[in-house]
Design a protein around this ligand. Structure first.
Ligand code: NAD
Length: 641
């Protein structure tokens, strides 16, 4: 009998784990079957989304099936485990970077390998019985299957706490920690799955979602942040020892159960990913360095023996809490040379031409070069960043490249560069344009590329120069699925998220719609602060209320335009950009140009365009951050009073 049912139903690719007797533990064979199906559905036009669920009430998937890894490892054969992990991590990355929505329904236990299958998709649904955890340190492994990436992005020090103690999260805490997205009561799941299959519309999930009370881990956030803030394991333990609360007693007990080597390595990875580039492949590559060594050099075999084989729960770990040195941790996590984790389709020898090395293009090209790609760059004026080979002309950068990336000021320049480079590009090479341009130019360039036997993707970005430098941009892409699948690896290096929005021009459409909302909400936020000032309302109080009430937005909560209020933003740096008002004006104009072309009524978008026009062209605000609308409003009264 098969342990997983793979089929299509209506518009959905369907995966159901059918091994409830073993808590749906994922075997190597299940993993390979799932990955094959995902690959096929990624390019199947009939499949609009993938829905993953599992039979049985107790578990979505309680982990990877480690019996065979243990048996072969005990016999001195480490190859099976390494292959299993290698292929499983490829499947995890495929889900995280999937070009279509992946919806998962996570009842009961979702742990370890279950997290890798269920918690990287775009729509992760939890219910009343959901219990999500990464308990690997308890068996001498580390949180893997991309778990360190999720943990590194959890609020405060929750990631360190969950990763070392293996604590379980109920539905509310799982959503807060970023392991899930929506709570839908479980008796509504079958009906919802039916509708998803019929329509292929993941938007239906939002309508079925219900609110939840705050979870216990959210309530313990202060204690978690205090005790797990910094230092090594011994420091964390000492901090827990110094307090005597229900939380510290339980956390101490859990810490004392785990493998010190595993916990120290988990801490190192979670912190490193948080402060650096946290893409899924990056996380998996680092995790694989540990798991590749786990059978031979870590506590994994002993951990399984004690927990599952002999069940004595008395593992003899290699190191005590104070004996794990930073050198030991580094040795466990050191690169593996030719044994490094490789992702399917990844060609680090991929040749890239990069045209337009300005504020955005230079750091993006540099990140690609750092990741091992051969990058040849060209710009009319800007110098090549380190690691990028300079070309004499745009055609020299494009000639022989597998992918040519353009990062240029506007649509007119893009069209002229495209006309220059398309004739010299190799057949089936990809022109990946990341500039922000008008939808018509994006579509015209895609058409020209197709006529020249090439593929084109328009993939404008969000995240600014900071995101380009840190490799945390968001890409919104339009173009053929096969082309998107090929360049996903580049998005992964230059950014942390890429959404395939549809056919040619869809990326630009998403970008200008997003930025039209941003322009409007920033103006509304600035207006409201200026009004609040005149009503005598303290700005901090205004922030405290709005950021947690129905007026909240990214402009208020993340990029607050009032100096000294909310998280640090350009307002705290005398409104130096950030995102310059002139660039916001460019994007708003593109939105109005598009609205005009398709006869869409966008009165607020138009009003925002007019305001930024005045600010940039009459009031010399173009080089200030776009949030500098606030000091502008502060000084003004009503124009018609
Ligand atoms: P930039 O002006 O710093 O860089 C553009 C570069 O293109 C310049 O170095 C210029 O010399 C080069 N260039 C112009 N014509 C060329 C040609 N024919 N051949 C080769 N090079 C040429 O601009 P930027 O800030 O890097 O922005 C680039 C794109 O990214 C724009 O479309 C912008 O709207 C978009 N964008 C910018 C930001 C941001 O915060 N800066 C954020 C998101 C998107």
């Amino acid at each position: 009998m098969t342990d997983v049912s793979i089929r299509t139903s209506g518009r959905a690719g369907r995966i159901t784990l059918t091994r409830p007797g073993a808590l749906n533990a994922m075997s190597y064979d299940m993993c390979l079957q799932i990955d094959r199906a995902l690959k096929a559905w990624a390019v199947d036009r009939e499949v609009a989304l993938v829905v993953i669920d599992a039979e049985g009430e107790k578990a979505f998937c309680a982990g990877g099936d480690i019996a065979e890894i243990y048996a072969t490892g005990r016999a001195g054969d480490y190859g099976y485990g390494r292959r299993f992990w290698h292929d499983e991590y490829n499947m995890n990355a495929r889900i995280a970077l999937y070009p279509k929505p992946v919806v998962s329904f996570l009842q009961g236990f979702t742990m370890g390998g279950g997290v890798g299958l269920g918690c990287h998709g775009s729509h992760r649904v939890v219910g009343e019985t959901s219990q999500i955890a990464m308990p690997e340190c308890g068996i001498g492994l580390i949180p893997d299957v991309g778990g360190t990436r999720l943990l590194s992005r959890a609020p405060g020090r929750l990631g360190e706490y969950l990763g070392t103690t293996g604590a379980r999260m109920g539905p509310a805490d799982a959503i807060r920690a970023g392991f899930a997205d929506s709570f839908v009561p479980q008796d509504a799941w079958p009906g919802l799955i039916d509708r998803l299959e019929q329509t292929g519309e993941p938007g239906l999930i939002a309508a079925a979602t219900e609110p939840l009370a705050v979870g216990p881990l959210a309530a313990a956030a202060d204690e978690i942040d205090r005790h797990f803030a910094g230092g090594d394991l011994a420091t964390i333990l000492a901090s827990l020892n110094a307090a005597d609360t229900e939380f510290t007693v339980a956390a101490r007990k859990a810490l004392l159960r785990g493998s010190p080597l595993s916990m120290a390595c988990a801490l190192e990875l979670i912190r490193a990913l948080r402060s650096g580039r946290s893409g899924i492949r990056n996380a998996l590559r680092h995790e694989y360095r540990f798991t590749w060594r786990a059978l031979e050099q870590a506590d994994f075999l002993e951990g399984i023996r004690a927990a599952i084989i002999d069940k004595d729960r008395k593992p003899v770990w290699r190191y005590g809490m104070k004996e794990v040195t930073p050198e030991t941790v580094l040795a466990m996590l050191a690169p593996l040379g030719q044994d490094e984790l490789k992702f399917e389709g990844e060609r680090e020898t991929m040749k890239i031409g990069f045209i337009g090395l300005g504020n955005m293009g230079a750091p993006m090209a540099a990140n690609l070069a750092k990741a091992g790609y051969q990058v040849t760059g060209f710009d009319l004026t800007a110098p090549c960043p380190e690691g990028v080979t300079p070309a004499e002309a745009a055609t020299d950068a494009a000639n022989g490249a597998d992918v040519v990336i353009t990062m240029l000021p506007n649509g007119k320049i893009l069209r002229s560069v495209a006309a220059e480079i398309h004739p010299v590009m190799s057949q089936e090479a990809i022109h990946l344009d990341c500039s922000t341009v008008d939808v018509d130019s994006a579509r015209a360039v895609a058409k020209a590329a197709t006529e020249a036997g090439l593929m084109a993707i328009d993939a404008p970005v969000s995240g600014g120069v900071g995101g380009a430098t840190a490799g945390t941009l968001t890409f919104m892409a339009g173009g053929p699925e096969q082309a998107f699948a090929k360049v996903v690896q580049l998005f992964e290096v230059m950014g942390q998220k890429a959404v395939h929005c549809g056919d040619a021009g869809a990326g630009q459409a998403a970008k200008i719609c997003n930025n039209m909302i941003l322009g409007v909400t920033m103006i509304a936020t600035c207006e409201a602060f200026a009004l609040a000032d005149k009503l005598g309302l303290d700005r901090q109080k205004m922030f405290d209320v709005v950021s947690t009430s129905s007026g909240y937005s990214w402009s208020m909560n993340v990029y607050c335009p009032a100096p000294g209020v909310g998280p640090t933003s350009p307002a705290d740096n005398d409104y130096k950009p950030g995102f310059a008002a002139a660039l916001m004006l460019k994007d708003l104009r593109l939105s109005q140009q598009a609205a005009e072309a398709v006869d869409a009524d966008t009165p607020l978008g138009l009003a925002a365009t007019r305001l930024y026009e005045t600010f940039v062209e009459v009031e010399s605000g173009g080089e200030k951050d776009f949030s500098a609308m606030l000091p502008r409003f502060e000084k003004r009264g009503r124009p018609f009073s």
